[in-house]
Design a protein around this ligand. Structure first.
Ligand code: IVH
Length: 675
């Protein structure tokens, strides 16, 4: 028996090591080495064995990265080596003065520096004892931080166990926890879809995700980590000579080290590095707010010492603020594809972070009120990365006597249709739908796009030409265009005109899913369109569906259900659909779903929500299995949900399930229930 346990233990150790290597390849090297399904299989195997032998679960097992029961409060951790701050410089002259100080104090002609990005995230310290991650803490006041070990364990870029021979007895790795820009965008989209508050920037999102008493929430968010140094380092292998050797040492231990880190000599090279990194800033996958220069030699660092709370041997060279003050000349209202009315600030031109800005978004009427913005005010404008510049705040002291409040129009400025605001929404929308000229071009473009009706050759210029010449107003008009009308257009060759006519003709043969997607119903993307087509089988039954019917469809919550009902209740939209059918658009339909015989319905009355990727079946397959037994699968978690089935990378539904205390099952748990 002991022997058997030993064999299992060895197998588990090997399995964990293989899984962590894949985590490293995926999260640190951005170079996945096996298909997701294979990774899931390994992970599932580990979970199953650990489930059978709970006494063999270790704190460093990858299965422990999913979070732990919520804490009541964070406890405190004292940093034996304080986590200091950095001196700042903005001007070139300050950098020159820094380099002069270094040369003079060290009595050398030229200083070697380690150069690094200044990550815009949250500083943490990770303590490893004999290679095992024991504690992780926030910076706090630099001397005492909060114990966020459970949360840090969920970040896959952070090793739970180090492999080296010999292992350092104690190693405190210092670095920054970040949320990548791409993950930040995804998270905010999710928050939007769930009607929850969006985060202002990746830093806030990372902070909000990391400082959670419930580490299950941290686990559901995608965070990453970059190392930039060490605190305590006990062991013969810890480099004692140069900072860049410490960074290489950390990289070899599988800590993420930014590829932008380097070593340079002299002042000119510092300035060069600053400009190089600055020019890459918008393209980097993570936010930075400057660069950091550190004297590379540790002996020289020691000689230079500290002033108050910052090392004398390091300097943060910050990028210029991406903010500027200018006059708000006027507020225009723009109409987007989905009819959203967006107030846009017309600004007196101003340079923000090196770019001239003349327009900035004001988001919506609530934001204007909340920020107390009036026309002719002096406003603070911010530009972050490549996103649209925004008006952040108003300089009240400078408000002129002719300042004018702004009223959101109650009619669409383009088509004159009513502009309404749905109860849970911040935006006002034109209800003109496909009949609003502002929305026409965009709607037609979307209708013709590759994943919708796939009309080849119908590009932006041609659509604009057709709409501007009043030749088409709705997608249905496309099917009434003749060869002569098209070839009569400026710059249109006979051959291309006949190609387009043929492409339009060809598009008539389509699928219900494509057609639903092509309609451009708000919040109905390609995947949702497919689900709707699968569930309802015919356009008529979809058009008759009410909010409750729609919420029966996989992944459809109240927001999507409402916008679908709204779309089909708009007479203009129904008319366009009628015309499209009349023009000969066709697809295969099937009758509505029928129920299964009643005596198998062991899950009758039970409500399920699916989230994340299941290892061995698609969510659709899971849904079918549940529905076969009479269970109901809905799109969002509420107190009425009985089970949440969570796969890998679950969304915010997982957080909600934790919050409501709803039973969470993995795929294996679901299968058990089904049997
Ligand atoms: S070194 C003793 N390196 O900046 C020096 N800090 O203002 C300790 N930071 O709280 C810091 N990137 O969170 C260092 N490459 C980098 C950094 C960095 C970002 C943050 C760090 C610290 C703050 C200091």
């Amino acid at each position: 028996m002991n022997h058997e346990i030993e064999t299992i233990q060895q197998h588990l150790a090997k399995l964990r090591q293989v899984i962590e290597q894949h985590n490293y390849n995926y999260d640190v090297l951005n170079n996945p080495s096996i298909p997701d399904a294979e990774y899931d299989r390994l992970f599932h195997e580990l979970q199953q064995i650990e489930h059978r032998f709970p006494q063999l679960v270790t704190a460093d097992s990858p299965t422990q990265r999913v979070g732990a029961p919520p804490l009541k409060a964070f406890s405190q951790i004292t940093h034996r080596i304080p986590m200091l701050s950095l001196g700042n410089a903005l001007e070139d002259a300050e950098v020159a003065a820094f380099d002069r100080r270094m040369r003079e104090d060290l009595e050398v002609d030229c200083v070697e520096y380690a150069v690094e990005p200044k990550f815009d995230g949250l500083a943490v310290s990770l303590r490893y004892e004999n290679g095992i991650l024991m504690t992780g803490a926030t910076r706090g006041d630099g001397y005492v931080g909060e114990d966020i070990t459970l949360n840090l364990r969920t970040i896959r870029a952070i090793p739970l166990r180090l492999t080296a021979d010999p292992l350092p007895a104690v190693l405190e790795v210092r670095g920054e926890v970040l949320m990548l820009k791409a993950d930040f965008m995804k998270l905010n989209q999710q928050q939007r879809e769930n009607g929850e508050k969006e985060f202002a920037n990746p830093r806030n999102a990372a902070a909000g995700s990391l400082r959670q008493l419930n580490s299950g929430i941290t686990a559901a968010r995608r965070l990453t980590f970059f190392a930039y140094g060490i605190g305590i380092g006990e062991g013969s292998t810890v480099p004692k000579d140069k900072h860049n050797h410490i960074m290489e040492f950390l990289a070899a231990l599988h800590f993420p080290v930014a590829p932008e880190c380097g070593v340079v000599k002299g002042l000119d090279a510092l300035q060069q590095y600053y400009h190089d990194v600055g020019s890459q800033r918008d393209q980097l996958p993570y936010e930075i707010d400057g660069v950091v220069y550190k004297v590379n030699s540790l002996a020289q660092q020691e000689k230079l010492g500290f002033v108050s709370r910052a090392p004398r041997f390091a300097l943060a060279h910050k990028f210029p603020a991406q903010e500027a003050v200018t006059e708000l000349l006027d507020i225009d209202v723009q109409v987007g594809r989905t009819g959203a009315l967006t107030p846009v600030a017309r600004l007196k031109p101003v340079i923000v972070g090196g770019v001239t800005v003349t327009n900035a978004t004001l988001h919506n009427a609530d934001e204007i009120n909340r920020k107390n913005i009036m026309i002719h005010d002096s406003v603070v404008v911010r530009r972050a990365g490549d996103v649209i510049p925004e008006v952040v705040s108003v300089v009240l002291e400078k408000r002129p006597s002719n300042a004018k409040p702004f009223d959101m129009p109650d009619h669409c400025p383009v088509c004159g249709a009513k502009a309404v605001r749905l109860p849970e929404e911040a935006v006002v929308r034109c209800i003109g739908g496909l009949f609003c000229p502002a929305q026409q071009k965009q709607a037609i473009m979307h209708f013709a796009s590759r994943r919708a009706m796939d009309i080849e050759g119908l590009g932006e210029k041609l659509v604009a030409q057709l709409v501007d010449n009043a030749m088409i107003r709705t997608p249905a008009d496309l099917y009434k265009l003749g060869l002569s009308a098209l070839s009569g257009l400026a710059r249109m060759a006979e051959k291309s005109a006949s190609n387009i006519v043929a492409a339009i003709e060809k598009s008539k043969n389509t699928t219900l899913a494509r057609f639903i997607y092509a309609l451009g119903i708000r919040n109905v993307g390609e995947t949702t369109a497919k689900e709707l087509a699968r569930h309802f089988g015919s356009l008529d039954s979809l058009m008759c569906a009410n909010i409750e019917d729609l919420q029966q469809v996989t992944d459809i919550g109240p927001v999507v259900a409402q916008s679908t009902v709204d779309f089909f209740s708009e007479p203009h939209n129904r008319e366009v659909i009628e015309q499209l059918r009349f023009c000969g658009l066709r697809w295969i339909e099937r009758a509505n779903k029928t129920g299964e015989s009643a005596h198998h319905l062991t899950l009758a009355g039970k409500t399920f929500v699916l989230t994340g990727t299941l290892p061995h079946m698609t969510r659709e397959e899971a849904r079918e299995k549940i529905e076969k037994l009479g269970g109901k699968v809905v799109g969002s978690v509420s107190s009425k949900t009985d089970y949440v089935i969570a796969g890998a990378d679950p969304g915010s539904k997982y957080d909600k399930a934790v919050k409501f205390g709803i039973k969470i099952l993995d795929e294996a748990g679901l299968l058990q229930l089904l049997h």
